[in-house]
Design a binder for this molecule. Sequence first.
Ligand SMILES: NC(=O)c1ccc[n+]([C@@H]2O[C@H](COP(=O)([O-])OP(=O)(O)OC[C@H]3O[C@@H](n4cnc5c(N)ncnc54)[C@H](O)[C@@H]3O)[C@@H](O)[C@H]2O)c1
Length: 450
Amino acid sequence: MKQLHKQSSSRRDEEMPISNSTPYSPKSLKHPSRSLTYLLKEQRLVFILVGILIGSTFFILQPSLSLLSSAADSRPHIVTENRESVVNYPDHEESGHDYENRHFADLNTVGNGNRYSNGVGRVPVGIGSKRKRIVVTGGAGFVGSHLVDKLIARGDDVIVIDNFFTGRKENVVHLFGNPRFELIRHDVVEPILLEVDQIYHLACPASPVYYKYNPRSLIYDYKTNVMGTLNMLGLAKRIGARFLLTSTSEVYGDPLEHPQKETYWGHVNPIGVRSCYDEGKRTAETLTMDYHRGDGVEVRIARIFNTYGPRMCIDDGRVVSNFVAQAIRRQPMTVYGDGKQTRSFQYVSDLVDGLVALMEGEHIGPFNLGNPGEFTMLELAEVVKETIDPSATIEFKPNTADDPHKRKPDISKAKEFLNWEPKVSLREGLPRMVNDFRNRILNEDEGKGN
Ligand SMILES: NC(=O)c1ccc[n+]([C@@H]2O[C@H](COP(=O)([O-])OP(=O)(O)OC[C@H]3O[C@@H](n4cnc5c(N)ncnc54)[C@H](O)[C@@H]3O)[C@@H](O)[C@H]2O)c1
């Protein structure tokens, strides 16, 4: 103790070498001349001035620094209006998923572990309101646009994400100007950050015609199914949204079980000409279940069977649109193979009802959503003839590779758990589609004449 006392007193002496006769007292600094002497000694004044300078520099720069950092954080935030907006990603060189992981990891580590505590908190849509904010990827496509109509009519806020690969602005143009509708031109292969309650993930180039013209589009199809689904699942995980995947009956391939139940694992050629689509959807289902099991994301899976209705792409190569367009144009209807292969055809409003029931229900699925009424291609051609032109003819062509022989959904699971079943028969639904196709084909022809 003695030693310590000695040391501390000697250090104090070093600091205050005023006079041995004058004991140290802080009060003595209050004397102006002594204070000045104290300040001027050992360049103390310089140190004080430098300290003030550094302090004031920090306070001047701090607001602009915080502005800069918030601008960086908000990079993937999309400000959307009732018109399409283009999304730019400055770091395009890095892969979408890397970017997503890095960026969202940053977001998630901010705050006290609460993913909403970092400035991207969910904005309440309305206090006490049950109105939801919903994203529909592929919402400018055939099925997506009908789904959006239903959600808007129900009173929800809907954001459509679409890159217009196979979709059309015309499908949603009637919603432009509606304050509850937003449209973002965006490729789901790239990540995006939005705050929503539910995600309907439909984006996928689904029509066979694109594959025929450009086999590389199948690779893009696969990329959309894998990267796009990963991005949307990542978004669902981070914002706590419920996610619905629109898968397909193609996951059953050329089925060995008939009709197909959800428990059937399928019979898919992994290296065939359409495998990118089939396997892409199978992978998307796998990812969806892994995000559910591994990360607790609330997911739903719909396996959609052939669907038809207004706003389908006219020349997309699907059998119903092909027959209808050919009959209206007075061309022979093309039947591939012997025409005895079967399909079931579901009217689009039935599908949309099923998708909403699935999203709102408590069951994950997968659920078959399709009309169990089974038709051969020749029977379908007959119904089209009756509806459009009794004198329409049929032209046979060799069948395409991997064309499934039979397709018919077993929908007992959807009936039991979703209380859903289709209501519109082919003979009722077809005329509604024909009116839309007639108008569009007529407009096309008029356009050509100009
Ligand atoms: N219509 C059917 O008979 C049927 C059958 C089985 C499954 N499905 C599934 O239902 C969904 C909707 O099908 P649809 O018939 O409406 O097809 P569609 O081609 O009319 O719609 C798909 C939409 O996704 C968009 N899209 C494609 N790739 C995208 C991308 N990378 N980023 C953003 N948008 C992209 C397209 O532009 C289009 O608007 C698809 O996932 C499809 O696989 C449909």
